[in-house]
Design a protein around this ligand. Structure first.
Ligand code: PLP
Length: 454
C-alpha cells in the first residue's frame, strides 16, 4: 500500500461504521469511485455487480441522471430550509402527500428524519407521547424480535435483537423486550409445520403481553420480511396471527419497511404482500434510492390525534431534526418515486422475482447449502456444516466470509451475515443480469466447496 494512497489515508483517518477496526487496519478499504446501473467500479478500475444494492437501498441503480438533475436544481433554488415552528417548503409538502397517497389507508401523516434509526426512535417517541397524552403513561413497553435489525441509535439498537448491537453498550434499555424470530428452518420443533410454528409464535407473543400486563405494552415492531437479520421469510399465516394478538390487547403495530418498502417484495409495501395493517410504518433507503439520506414515519389518525391533543395541552411536540424533511432529500425522494412509478419498477421487481428465486433455489442441493429463501427481489442462501442435521460451522461466519471473498474475486458484492449470504440487487436488474449475478456466485461457491472438500 502506498503511504499516501486513498487506502492508507482511509486506515489513518477514517473509523468505519459496523466494521472490525483492527481487521480494517490489516486489510484496508475497498474504495468505490463510481457506479452505473447495477454495477460499481473501484479505484483500480475493477467492476462489480452490486448484489446488495449498496445497503439494500439503491432501487433505481447507480448513475440515475434524473436524480442528479433534481438534486442540482433544488440545491440552486432552495438548498436548505427546515420545518420547525410552522415552516414548510414545496418538496416536503409534495412528498408527504404522495407517501400518504400510496400507503396503507389508515396512515394519514408523515414525520421525516435523516435515517432509519432516527425514524424508529421517532416512532417510539410518538407512541410514548400519544399514550401520555391519552392518560395511559404506563403503556410504554415495546416488543421486538430476536435477530431483528432496526438501527443503532440508543432506542433503535434496543429494538434490534442482535447481540453485537447490545454488547458493551448496556442495551437493550429497560422496557424493550424480544420474542422469537419467525424462522421456521432454525426455530421450528422437529416435524412442526409452518402453520403450527406460526401459531406457537403468536401464543408466545400473547403470553409475553399477558405476563408483562397489556396495560404496560405499547407496541410491537417488526419488518414484514426480516432483512439484515438474515432475510427471514415469515410463515404464510404468521402476520395474520400476530395481528390478532395485538388487536386483542390494544397494542399498536409498527411495520419497519426500511428495507422492504418501495417494491422490494414485488408490491409497493410488504404490508400489502403479507396482509399487514400497521398503526405506524417506517420508510427509508429506497425512499430516495439512498441518493440522499431520508426516512419517514407514517402514523394513523388515532396516533396523530393523540399527539395533536398532547401538543395543544403542553404547547409543543418536542422532537425534530435540523434535517427533518430536508429540501434536497425530499425533492430526490419525489423524483425517485416518479421513476419507480413511471417505469413500473414494482411490477418489474414482481416479474423478475421468478428468475431471481428460481436461480436462488437452484443452489438448494449444493453440499454447503442448508436453506435457500426469498421473496420478490430479496433472498438468501444459508450455509451449513451438515445439511442433514443443519449443524452450523465450528467457526461461525468463516465460511460466509470465504464465500464473500470468492464473490469479490468474481466481481460480485453480496452480504455475508455470518454464514447467510444475502442478495438484494437494484430493482432495475434484468433477467440476463440476474443470470450473470448467480453465475458469479456459483463460481465463488464452487471455489469454497473445493477448499472445504480438500
Ligand atoms: N430498520 C431496518 C429494517 C434496517 O434494515 C435499517 C438499516 O439497515 C434500519 C432500520 C436503520 O436505518 P439507518 O441505517 O438508516 O439508521
Amino acid at each position: 500500500m502506498k503511504p499516501n494512497s486513498a487506502a492508507a489515508r482511509d486506515i489513518a483517518y477514517h473509523l468505519h461504521p459496523a466494521t472490525n477496526a483492527r481487521r480494517h487496519e490489516q486489510i484496508g478499504p475497498m474504495v468505490i469511485e463510481r457506479g452505473h446501473g447495477i454495477y460499481v467500479v473501484d479505484d483500480q478500475g475493477q467492476e462489480y455487480i452490486e448484489g446488495l444494492a449498496g445497503l439494500w437501498s439503491v432501487a433505481v441503480g447507480f448513475g440515475e441522471e434524473r436524480l442528479a438533475r433534481v438534486a442540482d436544481a433544488q440545491l440552486r433554488k432552495l438548498p436548505y430550509y427546515h420545518s420547525f415552528a410552522h415552516k414548510s417548503h414545496p418538496a416536503v409538502i409534495d412528498l408527504s402527500e404522495r407517501l400518504v397517497g400510496i400507503s396503507p389507508e389508515r396512515l394519514t401523516k408523515v414525520f421525516f428524519t435523516n435515517s432509519g434509526s432516527e425514524a424508529n426512535d421517532t416512532a417510539i417517541k410518538l407512541i410514548w407521547y400519544a399514550n401520555n397524552a391519552r392518560g395511559r403513561p404506563e403503556k410504554k413497553k415495546i416488543i421486538s424480535r430476536h435477530r431483528a435489525y432496526h438501527g443503532i441509535t440508543i432506542a433503535a439498537a434496543s429494538l434490534t435483537g442482535l447481540p453485537p448491537n447490545h454488547r458493551l453498550f448496556d442495551l437493550p434499555l429497560p422496557g424493550f423486550l424480544h420474542v422469537s424470530c419467525p424462522h421456521h428452518y432454525r426455530g421450528a420443533e422437529p416435524g412442526e409445520s409452518q402453520e403450527d410454528f406460526a401459531t406457537r409464535l403468536a401464543e408466545e407473543l400473547d403470553e409475553t403481553i399477558v405476563r408483562e400486563g397489556p396495560d404496560t405494552v405499547a407496541a410491537f415492531i417488526g419488518e414484514p420480511l426480516m432483512g439484515a437479520g438474515g432475510v427471514i421469510v415469515p410463515p404464510r399465516t404468521y402476520w395474520e396471527k400476530i395481528q390478532a394478538v395485538l388487536r386483542k390487547h390494544d397494542v399498536w403495530l409498527i411495520a419497519d419497511e426500511v428495507i422492504n418498502g418501495f417494491g422490494r417484495t414485488g408490491r409497493m409495501f410488504a404490508c400489502e404482500t403479507y396482509g399487514i395493517d400497521p398503526d405506524v410504518m417506517v420508510l427509508s433507503k429506497q425512499i430516495t434510492s439512498s441518493y440522499a439520506p431520508l426516512a419517514a414515519v407514517l402514523i394513523s389518525d388515532e396516533i396523530y390525534e393523540a399527539v395533536a391533543d398532547g401538543s395543544a395541552e403542553v404547547g409543543t411536540f418536542g422532537h425534530g431534526f435540523t434535517g427533518s424533511g430536508h429540501p434536497v432529500a425530499t425533492a430526490v425522494g419525489l423524483e425517485n418515486l416518479n421513476i419507480i412509478e413511471e417505469r413500473d419498477l414494482v411490477g418489474h421487481a414482481a416479474a423478475m422475482s421468478a428468475p431471481f428465486l428460481d436461480a436462488l433455489h437452484g443452489f438448494a442441493d449444493r453440499p454447503l447449502v442448508g436453506e435457500t429463501r426469498g421473496a420478490g427481489l430479496i433472498g438468501a442462501v444459508e450455509l451449513v456444516a451438515d445439511k442433514a442435521t443443519k449443524a452450523a460451522f465450528a467457526q461461525p461466519g468463516a465460511t460466509g466470509q470465504a464465500v464473500a471473498e470468492a464473490c469479490h474475486r468474481e466481481g460480485l458484492i453480496i452480504r455475508a451475515i455470518g454464514d447467510v449470504i444475502a442478495f438484494c440487487p437494484p430493482l432495475i436488474i434484468e433477467a440476463g443480469e440476474i443470470a450473470d449475478m448467480f453465475a458469479r456466485f456459483d463460481r465463488a461457491l464452487s471455489q469454497v466447496e473445493a477448499t472445504q472438500a480438500a
